[in-house]
Design a protein around this ligand. Structure first.
Ligand SMILES: C[S@@+](CC[C@H](N)C(=O)[O-])C[C@H]1O[C@@H](n2cnc3c(N)ncnc32)[C@H](O)[C@@H]1O
Length: 268
């Protein structure tokens, strides 16, 4: 599953930051704010970093330095000259020695794993016993009509979900979409001191065009949108999605779950 997922995210690359980025940057600040230990002065790992949202939030919170890891080279390549150092690698085999980091943040990335416990265990391995692992996921009630509006507009143009995305939405993501699922994943990783925080993060400033650009910039859609023959075709798809969304839609409020764990003595 990992290679096609990474390829799709790599293809999303820069488009991600123009659309989804405006949402993920804010969410990352909220996620980092859930750290059960002080981030100030810590060497931090941004695991599944994408275009670097959590790394920016960690530095803003006082981390001394950040290292990014992501399976998708194309996401790490975005704005690379001004970003923290990064390694293209799988979250299940982080290429660092044990206890290397004070804080590890995996923002909306371990949701891609078939076994999130293994990812959490690996995150804990590279994190100091006095440190913390903070992971976030979308809750089961994270819904908004723009999701269906964009999917229908793209289906009308031939988009079909790729197998990696089918696995993500049917099997991987649901594992961390409930408080019980998060608790089970943390327990399976051997983490004993764990808070599961349920949060709703509103985005009242986003209009229909921004909501559509969020959805179209995601990895399941961005490569298809980029491959539409002309800019006019892309504009047409956007207009269609905005039309399907209509005018009677609620403010976007993302419903997320954060696993905030003090690492302690885990099996390394
Ligand atoms: C939804 S994006 C979130 C990116 C970023 N953390 C943020 O909050 O904006 C998920 C990221 O996880 C990465 N990812 C998915 N599976 C991974 C794996 N097995 N190892 C490392 N990174 C992975 C993807 O390449 C992608 O960049």
């Amino acid at each position: 599953v990992t290679a096609p997922t990474a390829a799709a995210y790599s293809a999303a690359g820069g488009v991600w930051q123009q659309g989804p980025g405006r949402i993920y940057d804010r969410l990352a600040e909220v996620v980092v704010g859930c750290s059960p230990v002080s981030v100030a002065g810590a060497l931090a790992l941004d695991l599944g970093a994408g275009t670097g949202a959590a790394g920016r939030a960690l530095l803003a919170a006082g981390a001394s330095a950040v290292v990014a890891v992501d399976a998708a080279h194309g996401m790490l390549a975005h704005d690379a000259a001004t970003r923290p150092p990064a390694v293209a690698a799988d979250a299940l085999r982080i290429p660092f020695s044990a206890r290397r980091f004070g804080v590890t943040v995996a923002a909306f990335s371990l949701t891609h794993l078939l076994d999130p416990s293994t990812g959490l265990r690996e995150a804990a391995r590279v994190t100091d016993a006095e440190g913390a692992v903070i992971t976030s996921a979308y809750a089961a009630d994270d819904i908004h009509p723009v999701k269906a509006a964009v999917e229908e507009a793209l289906r009308a143009r031939g988009w079909r979900p790729e197998p990696w995305y089918e696995v993500l939405r049917s099997t991987s993501a649901p594992k961390l979409a409930t408080v019980d699922g998060c608790r089970a994943a943390a327990a399976g990783a051997g983490l004993a001191s764990v808070d599961i925080v349920a949060l709703r993060v509103p985005f009242p400033e986003l209009g229909a065009a921004e909501l559509v650009s969020w959805r179209m910039g995601l990895a399941q859609h961005a490569p298809f949108v980029a491959a539409l023959p002309t800019d006019a075709d892309r504009a047409d798809a956007v207009a269609d999605a905005i039309g399907r969304l209509g005018t009677d839609w609620p403010i976007l409020e993302r419903s997320i779950l954060v696993i905030a764990a003090k690492v302690g003595e885990v099996d390394r």
